[in-house]
Design a protein around this ligand. Structure first.
Ligand code: ADP
Ligand code: MG
Length: 244
């Protein structure tokens, strides 16, 4: 689904935001970031502020282009995307942001429907899909509410419903629990896990380390622009049980 080959990113001011891992004993110096995320995987990307997490997502969204290397997402080779293909490429991704990015003067229904109208979906199809999505995220009773009338967790669930509107194969979330209290964060993560179990690939950037460790999912750790760890780090109690 996603492949990074020797990807580096240096911003015009000379800041190197993504690069290969420092030389390891017996291993050649990497030319850049290399990773593969399979279809239907659930991946957390974690790392300190400045580690390169947002740059990684911007490259995925084609908001920034690599300085060297190549990125494949689905059938798209991002280096070869034409200007005309970019909107089409982005529409087949579901994006969820820390600050929700709902349209303030539209109610919940229209916030979700809007994403389908821009791709020319018919009203009847939109109606059925919005009803289904609101049920999925548990907000059917808020269909007429404006974003300002919802809690942070509710707004984020609307944003997730909107991200799902056009049935994407891949959901990319940038700190989706950043503005949400811990109990709601847990519920949101559970929702992402259910979406993933239903077949959607999920890539989630987060600094909620404690929360992440409760899930036995793949975690990619970024440090100074490179991948320093990548794997499933099991819960301590499970590790104990396994080896007891
Ligand atoms: N547009 C930019 N121009 C110059 N430097 C940038 C830009 N965006 C990010 N950086 C720098 O790149 C590095 C990685 O940033 P970023 O990807 O935002 O990290 P994170 O999201 O993990 O906090 C940081 O040193 C940051 O200051
Ligand atoms: Mg960031």
């Amino acid at each position: 689904m996603i492949t990074f080959r020797d990807v580096t990113k240096e911003y015009p001011n000379g800041t190197v935001a993504l690069c290969g891992r420092a030389p390891q004993p017996g291993m050649p110096q990497e030319k850049g970031m290399n990773l593969h995320i399979a279809s239907r995987e659930f991946v957390f990307v974690v790392g300190a502020s400045g580690a390169g997490k947002s740059t990684f997502l911007k490259l995925l969204l084609h908001e920034e282009v690599p300085t060297s290397g190549s990125i494949c997402v689905g059938q798209f080779e991002l280096n070869n995307l034409t200007r005309k293909q970019i909107p089409m490429y982005r529409r087949q991704l579901g994006m969820v942001f820390q600050d929700f990015r709902l349209i303030a003067n539209m109610n919940v229904y229209d916030n979700i429907a809007f994403a389908m109208r821009v791709v020319g979906a018919r009203d009847k199809v939109i109606r059925e899909r919005v009803v289904y999505l609101l049920q999925l995220v548990g907000l059917s009773h808020k269909v007429h509410s404006k974003p300002s009338e919802l809690s942070g967790g509710e707004q984020q669930r609307v944003a997730i419903a909107r991200a799902l509107a056009n049935n994407p194969d891949l959901i990319i979330a940038d700190e989706p629990t950043g503005n949400i209290d811990p109990r709601m964060s847990q519920e949101l993560l559970d929702l992402f896990v259910r979406l993933n179990e239903a077949g959607t690939t999920v890539v989630m950037v987060t600094h909620a380390h404690d929360l992440v460790r409760q899930y036995n999912k793949r975690i990619i750790i970024l440090e100074n622009g490179s991948v320093v760890a990548d794997g499933v780090f099991r819960r301590p109690e499970e590790t104990r049980r396994q080896y007891a």
